[in-house]
Write a protein that binds this ligand. Sequence first.
Ligand code: SIN
Length: 280
Amino acid sequence: MPTTDGYEFLQVQPVAGSLGAEVSGVDLGDLADQQFEEIHRAFLAHQVIFFRDQQLDEVAYISFARRWGDIMLYPYMQGLPDHPEILQVLKEPEDTYAFGSQWHTDSSFITVPPKATMLYALELPPAGGDTAYASMYHAYDALSDGMKRILADLRVLNIGDQRVPRFDELKGMKQQDPGEVQTRAYHPLIRTHPDTGRKALNVGAHSIEIEGLTKEESSPLLEYLYMHGTRQEFTCRFRWQEGTLGIWDNRCVQHYAIDDYQGHRRRMHRITIAGEEAPF
Ligand code: SIN
């Protein structure tokens, strides 16, 4: 049964113990301010939230996204010709790689990484194509006090997607040169969420070395944190349906597009919401 947890306009049903919730009772194309305020509250509480059966054209989708902040363009891929704010995440049946199929937080290689990312499901394979999410709050909380102290003042270098030459395998997505857009940034390994005040582990596929450590010291520690952060206990896995919109909090969540539907088409529309401050 859906839980209400003090919400007046929404029903909110968690999808796993650590993070994720399905939200029902709202039409995202026709939202009152009070409904949006509750959605934002559910987003902060559950870290990633999903709305099924939404009917949004591109204009309505962009208009919903703008309620969350400024829209950020992805530097390595072109958006839709008529709506560049929307990145079409597309895997064609013959493509041999899926965009986002590694654990990561979005665009952590810029000084102010995005606050949130939205994905709207348009075409799905008959089975598979789920997205997995991991709570970096829970990953932080589960570290020992000793490890928390070691990591407290460390920073990690994040670099852009030149580490993913497999983008060439995505025939339906149009790459572009990032030009002047920054693709290297140092961030704290432990960050504090600006809205909730909670601490979160801050690593992902873009993280390559810890500042001030030798490669021999940095690599095993990062490898450990990468594995630790995505332990099953900290994750949820979401099964999309056409018309589902998901939005995740990039400040406390890693995600992974599961590439298990070779030979089928999957088409999603993604909008990224700009961050408001550098991680601290
Ligand atoms: C992404 O990493 O933004 C894509 C996630 C997905 O397609 O499930």
